[in-house]
Ligand binder design. Structure first.
Ligand code: NAP
Ligand code: GLV
Length: 313
């Protein structure tokens, strides 16, 4: 049970506040969960659970022991130049990896089995057959071999896909070929039929998926971006889709969210837009993680894993 004297700050968009805060109050009482409007004494706050706090806001809480971002991506938190010097504890929980892998497998299978073409034919009431390869004939390349990339890779490999991954530092992951660093990127890309992005958004990965990168894939390859919109150079992707260099794209995350109604992705015939739903954290799973982190810190131990402020993830 968490201590009744704990005051935990929740800085969330209004839309999410009720969902998370109600669950926390129910599951983690007697600790207190405060929204910014509820805070009377900032000195009493020792933990902060946040999505994108306004720059400088957390600096007003002198006794913070840890910051817990809502999701796996932390670019909104690190954007604050005055962030207090306390651990930023990563939101890792099995539920998130399971959901993400389901999303990646679903869309990889849709791409491989020509599901978009089948739906288009249905709209024309056409009984067409579309030749499709099987998983062992299909190479899926995963950009980002972290918690989510490795889990998705294992699920794809279990279905028979040839899986390869790319990371910043070299890795050995059973069941997949691994490539690392800029020097390994071209070789990694050259055999991909389906490219998946599970990279964090950092200065290094911003706009990484540009025309040059897309042209290095197998002709007509497809893209699944379930990470952040900023990793993809949108104009380049649209041009590559129009030129047939890329066969289709499934996109879950965008530079501006919600995706503006007039954005060309909405109406592009070879783009599937999903509303950043690949792997939403559930309040139950997040509550369990919050409890675990706070108990660790209160025992005087270091919570893990934490964000490395130098690499940005
Ligand atoms: P993670 O465990 O931190 O893994 C990140 C991976 O990316 C690591 O393998 C890392 O390499 C690699 N990487 C980082 N910078 C790189 C670079 N410059 N070059 C090559 N590789 C690089 O992150 P995660 O938990 O798997 O999550 C990944 C991202 O998914 C999150 O940051 C978030 O943006 C996104 N996400 C999206 C949703 C959604 O619903 N759409 C849900 C959850 C997460 P090393 O292994 O060498 O460090
Ligand atoms: C969701 O996008 C997350 O970063 O967890």
């Amino acid at each position: 049970m968490l201590h009744p004297d704990l005051d935990i700050l929740c800085v969330l968009p209004k839309l999410w506040q009720g969902y998370f805060v109600d669950a926390f109050r129910e599951r983690l009482a007697p600790a207190r969960f405060l929204t910014p409007e509820d805070v009377a004494d900032p000195a009493r706050i020792t933990y902060a659970f946040v999505l994108a706090p306004p720059p400088g806001y957390l600096a007003g809480f002198p006794n913070l022991k840890a910051i817990m971002p809502v999701g796996a991506g932390v670019e909104h938190v690190l954007a604050d130049p005055d962030l207090p010097d306390v651990p930023i504890v990563r939101m890792v929980q099995p539920d998130m990896a399971q959901r993400m892998s389901e999303y990646i497998v679903q869309h990889a299978l849709n791409h491989m089995r020509r599901f978009r073409q089948i739906r288009e034919a249905q709209a024309r009431a056409e009984w067409n057959l579309f030749a499709a390869p099987t998983a062992p004939d299909t190479t899926v390349g995963i950009l980002g071999l972290g918690t989510l990339g490795q889990h998705a890779g294992a699920c794809l490999a279990a279905l028979g896909f040839k899986v390869r991954g790319w990371s910043r530092t070299p890795k050995q992951v059973p069941g997949m070929e691994s490539f690392a660093g800029r020097e390994g990127l071209q070789a990694f890309l050259s055999e991909c039929d389906i490219l998946v992005s599970l990279l964090p958004l950092t200065p290094e990965t911003q706009d990484l998926i540009d025309r040059d990168l897309l042209c290095a894939l197998r002709p007509g390859a497809s893209l699944i971006n379930a990470s952040r919109g900023g990793v993809v150079k949108d104009d380049d992707l649209i041009a590559c889709l129009d030129d047939g260099i890329i066969g289709e794209a499934t996109l879950d995350a965008f530079d501006i969210e919600p995706l503006p109604a007039d954005h060309p992705y909405w109406s592009h015939p070879r783009v599937t837009v999903t509303p950043h739903c690949a792997s939403a954290a559930t309040a139950e799973a997040v509550s369990d993680r919050i409890r675990q982190v706070i108990e660790t810190v209160e025992r005087g131990e270091a919570p893990t894993p934490v964000v490395d402020r130098k690499t940005g993830y």
